[in-house]
Write a protein that binds this ligand. Structure first.
Ligand code: GDP
Length: 192
């Protein structure tokens, strides 16, 4: 499944694009309405987009996005899941990374994200790559979950934390690049 080259072995953009890009599976989790679809659709307009087409398979609820980061192309297959309770049913599905999304304007979506992360970490013994995504930060006056709430939550599980607004396309590229970096880091270790 993973046929890519090790980062650092290729130096020019041309030679990289001849290679078959590595493919990673990312599960985008969060309560209904937190902005998962909006985030994924913003990914498809990213400045990191690679040569391969963006591909959406609505039956599978999957969007494939080709990303070029540090001159290496990878394909991220993004799967969207609304409900945390479906995790166990999918126990044979091993995602390479998780984006755990909540809305800053919805406390219950934050509580639900906390419960999901606990389960993810319990199931995988802490080894999974999880990015905590606080979306809708544009809703400043409706904000109910503070940055500190989010950061403390992420820190306590050793996860990365990012604040986004899909509506304003704020930090969306950083999220995409951040998740891919985390996946590569886990696979290959830090760049020399
Ligand atoms: P999903 O159920 O998690 O996939 O959520 P959607 O992507 O369908 O978004 C739910 C609603 O929130 C829609 O009306 C979006 O337009 C809105 N929305 C998504 N992201 C943002 C954001 O960053 N800011 C604001 N203000 N609204 C957003």
């Amino acid at each position: 499944r993973k046929m890519g080259v090790k980062p650092g072995l290729e130096s020019s953009q041309d030679s990289v694009l001849d290679e078959c890009p590595s493919q990673y599976q990312v599960l985008v989790l969060g309560s209904t309405g937190v902005g998962k679809s909006a985030i994924i659709s913003q990914f498809t307009t990213s400045e990191f987009l690679g040569a391969s087409d963006v591909h959406t398979d609505s039956e599978e609820n999957k969007t494939s996005v080709s990303v070029i980061l540090n001159q290496e192309e990878s394909v991220l297959e993004l799967f969207e899941e609304n409900n945390v309770s479906t995790l166990n049913d999918n126990s044979d599905f091993q995602a390479d990374a998780y984006m755990l999304v909540y809305s800053c304007a919805d406390r219950s979506s934050f509580r639900s994200a906390c419960a999901t992360l606990r389960r993810l970490k319990e199931e995988a013994g802490g080894s999974k790559t999880v990015m905590i995504v606080a979306n809708k930060v544009d809703l400043v006056r409706k904000r109910l979950v503070t940055s500190d709430d989010g950061k403390n939550f992420a820190n306590s599980y050793n996860c990365k934390y990012i604040e986004t607004s899909a509506a304003l396309n704020h930090n969306i590229d950083e999220l995409l690049a951040g998740v891919l970096s985390q996946i590569r880091l886990k696979q290959y270790g830090p760049c020399p």
